[in-house]
Design a protein around this ligand. Structure first.
Ligand SMILES: *Cc1c(COP(=O)(O)O)cnc(C)c1O
Length: 231
């Protein structure tokens, strides 16, 4: 586990350097879906602090089990249904896959007052596939404007899951699109500092295109077995 963590940190560091970017400008989010809280705890003991979860029930359980790890930063990275927003609003530091105003409104309304505003990223469909989640590139500005008006959310940036492809140029193009959309929004004064993109298989091209947060599961924890978690 420790060596897998060090390997991934090394990949991130090398990619950051190769892209001519400042050391430490990319955060590693350890994606623990289907893995036990004990595996996350082991990484926490190594020094990992950012953790990502996809499923609400699983997140609630791990959040409770790891309550004694006070420095964890929880990123909810999965799709969110409107009847499941409350436990996320009450527990997460970040939500990455926001693509509907209705969900954003609920998260803002349900964010407990003593907590800081919930950091959010808008998920953008950068692949053009009809089936994928994420807001269409042409609709990002309107959603960003609406989300910016919500008092208990802090709009931090954009997130994408590109279409997997062996075509390196096509992949790079999808990452580049997310970066351009963020730059467009910043020209309109949004001040976004986050690009959440890149996973185990493609963190290098994501970092080359400006990723600030990479979300990595398999390379840290191994292959997932979905029969383990009742999904
Ligand atoms: C599972 C997941 C990841 C991690 O994927 P790996 O290929 O295992 O690194 C990243 N982002 C999202 C949204 C995921 O659901």
């Amino acid at each position: 586990m420790l060596s897998a963590w060090q390997d991934v940190l090394q990949r991130v560091e090398t990619a950051t350097k190769n892209a001519g970017r400042k050391a430490g400008s990319v955060r590693l989010i350890a994606v623990g879906k289907t893995f036990q809280a004990a595996s996350l705890r082991a990484l926490y003991a190594c020094g990992q602090r950012d953790f990502g979860e996809n499923y609400v029930q699983e997140f609630i359980g791990k959040h409770a089990e790891l309550a004694d790890c006070p420095e964890i930063v929880w990123h909810f990275i999965g799709p969110l249904q409107s009847n499941k927003t409350r436990p996320v609003a009450e527990r997460a530091h970040w939500v990455h896959a926001l693509d509907r105003l209705k969900i954003a409104e609920r998260l803002s309304a349900q964010r407990p007052e003593p907590m800081p505003a919930l950091n959010v990223c808008l998920q953008v469909n950068v692949s053009g596939e009809a089936s994928k989640s994420g807001v269409a590139p042409g609709d990002v500005t309107a959603l960003a404007q609406a989300v910016r008006g919500l008092p208990r959310l802090e709009l931090r940036g954009l997130m994408a899951i590109p279409e997997p492809t062996p075509d390196a140029q096509k992949l790079a193009g999808q990452f580049a699109l997310l970066g351009r959309l963020r730059d467009d929004l910043n020209r309109e004064g949004f001040g976004l500092d986050t690009l959440s993109m890149g996973m185990s298989a493609d963190l290098e091209p994501a970092i080359a295109a400006g990723a600030t947060h990479v979300r990595v599961g398999t390379a840290l924890f191994g292959a997932r077995d979905y029969s383990n978690n009742g999904l």
